[in-house]
Design a protein around this ligand. Sequence first.
Ligand SMILES: [Zn+2]
Length: 344
Amino acid sequence: MIRIRGNALPSGEVVDLCADGDRWTTDPAPGAELIEGWLLPGLVDAHTHPGAEKPGDPLDEDLLREDLHRHVDAGVTVIRAPGIAGEPPAWFGRDPDVPRAWHAGPWLAQHGQFFDGWGRRVEHSELPGVAAAQAARTGWAKIIADWGPDDEPVPLTVLRAVVDAVHAVGGRVAAHSQQAAGGLAAVAAGVDSIEHGMCLDPSALATMAARGSVLTPTLSVIESGLSKARSAPPGPRRDWYLNGAEAHGRLAATAVEAGVTVLAGTDSRPTGRITDEILALVNAGLRPHDALAAASWSARTYLGLGGLTPGSPADAVVYPADPRTDLSLLANPTAVILRGRRVR
Ligand SMILES: [Zn+2]
């Protein structure tokens, strides 16, 4: 049995909880292993594609487990895979050593767009039905709303039909967007989450806040592409990336100020780098408290999971001191508890 005691974020109030299976409880548990420190209700990587080495590769089950172990070691107890390289095995999201997981099945893209070998290409007329069938199965559908700077985004009318169809089955739509026009269409259509959101017009943030649409900026991976873009040959593609990526940190900070829920997502390999995304968000101007919210309690709430309260799923990450005042602590948690068991 596990018992945790210490200051719990976000409030910082002291809690003393025991894991009864996969539930936190205030019932005493004699003989439980006591772990003390500053407590977070588990980290969340809301945008990761575990199980494939590079875009286009099929899902590899051994690699999938390895990738998920890296997440857990970093304190991640929940992931969302908005697009995955194949049908995940039954143990995905369930085995004791891997995070809880949501996934959106294959990326749904227009013909001639997205990575060869990954996802499904779907006619506009069939997109709402295909997306709704996926969301009925796993709760999410992922739409590639736009792709390169010269590609046509999915039309607003089609996106609206997708959102209606997915919501009708109780699911949510995640939309990939890295182009201004596609981003505005996705927001206007009322998608539930904008993934990346590079080049999004900040004027769309008020609409997102009002609708409860979330932004997963995947800031660290987008900024990591800047040096390559700077050395690329001049042209519209280079201009697009540089302008979008250089403004992206500001967009993430403005989103928080506008009241948009921001989720932390790492997107690229290797997995287990949630701390990089938290640090990128802080560098962009988010308060450490808000960057941690994006990687923990806000994301858990968005996905329907509770925090460090009796009755909530028994996840926690423990640090020796307040990670908001010393972000370097994030790299070395004292303990990671997943489903009531110590996994680090
Ligand atoms: Zn992605």
